[in-house]
Design a protein. Structure first.
Length: 181
């Protein structure tokens, strides 16, 4: 059953809770909404990703604030400070960081989380390509405020059709459940 699947993901990733979602794209949209991201907000992200990452930000009414990638195709944590100094940046509008794992690898999540803490930002991990990956001995799915998975048939854990999930604290995942329905 779905409940058993969600519990298995929690057991595997170490996340407190998990909500199944219809797709990876919907997982991102529900995660953003659960964190209160909407009209007029900015979300720091990368352009080197599948269109769903940016599409989800725009679909909730927020504006993507793009950070370049590093040599490993992940968010360049050094450039995050440069973006803060750019003319596109509005200090009160930046609400979250949505980083992307690519090719089964994660960026430097410690630096991202430290930056987010410094600026009081929420952190969402787009883990569509990294189910089963680890960062510093911890499974992806328990490293950000919310983690979004895609189980599209072309992903490393693929379903028979489109599917996804969001992991995080019980409080936030309960909000995700409200938006998924």
């Amino acid at each position: 059953t779905v409940d058993m699947f969600e519990k298995a993901i929690c057991d595997y990733t170490g996340a407190e809770d998990c909500a199944s979602i219809g797709s990876g794209t919907n997982a991102l949209v529900c995660a953003l909404r659960a964190l209160g991201i909407g009209e007029g907000d900015q979300v720091m992200t990368v352009g080197h990703t599948f269109v769903s990452t940016t599409e989800a930000i725009v679909n909730v009414g927020a504006t993507p604030l793009f950070v370049d990638i590093d040599d490993f195709y992940h968010m360049d944590t050094a450039q995050m400070r440069e973006v803060i100094g750019s003319k596109e940046f509005a200090p009160t509008d930046l609400k979250a960081i949505l980083f992307v794992d690519l090719y089964g690898q994660t960026p430097d999540i410690d630096k991202i989380n430290k930056f987010a803490e410094e600026y009081n930002l929420k952190v969402i991990e787009d883990a569509a390509q990294s189910f089963g990956a680890e960062y510093n001995g911890m499974k992806v799915g328990n490293l950000a405020d919310l983690t979004c998975f895609s189980f599209n048939p072309v992903k490393n854990l693929g379903a028979m059709g489109d599917a996804g999930a969001v992991t995080g604290s019980k409080e936030l995942v309960d909000k995700v459940r409200m938006y998924r329905d």
